[in-house]
Write a protein that binds this ligand. Structure first.
Ligand SMILES: [Zn+2]
Length: 157
């Protein structure tokens, strides 16, 4: 077994879609980034790559590369699955936390779980997503950005 950790933050700006865990969530602002800026999937990708000893998402999908402009991050997650499979590894389970003051994310968590489980070829019971606010403290509390933490356990295939 191998363990990995991922952490990511993107700024919230007007005029962008808010996509978290592959779910488009109605909100007045969205996350800014080179890709679709799906901060949860990025944290999970980083945790998987970290556990496999494969560096990080920036190394695999550079934000200077036009092929990743506005890309659906679920495609990146599926590529990460292939990369860890190349090391003889698969995801055992994931625990993650979204840090956002708004909007309310709880109604969307089950669809995010379905998406991530499908992309990684694991059961939904192996994917846990929590959502927390920061009681209006810090950048997340001021709604300047959204953060995500992920911990992933990889198992030998
Ligand atoms: Zn990111």
């Amino acid at each position: 077994m191998r363990i990995g950790h991922g952490y990511d933050v993107h700024p919230l700006v007007a005029g962008r879609d808010l996509v978290l865990g592959g779910v488009k969530i109605p909100h007045s602002k969205g996350l800014q980034g080179h890709s679709d800026a799906d901060v949860l999937i990025h944290a999970i990708c980083d945790a998987c790559l970290g556990a496999a000893g494969l560096g990080d998402i920036g190394r695999h999908f550079p934000d200077t590369d036009p092929q990743y402009k506005n890309i659906d991050s679920r495609k990146l997650l599926r590529k990460v699955k292939e990369a860890i499979a190349g090391r003889g590894l698969k995801v055992g389970n994931i625990d993650s936390t979204l840090v956002a003051q708004a909007p309310r994310l709880t109604p969307h968590l089950s669809q995010m779980i379905q998406n991530i489980a499908a992309d990684l070829g694991i059961t939904p019971e192996s994917v846990n997503i929590k959502a927390t606010s920061t009681e209006k403290l810090g950048f997340a509390g001021r709604e300047e950005g959204i953060g995500a933490h992920a911990v992933v356990l990889l198992m030998t295939k």
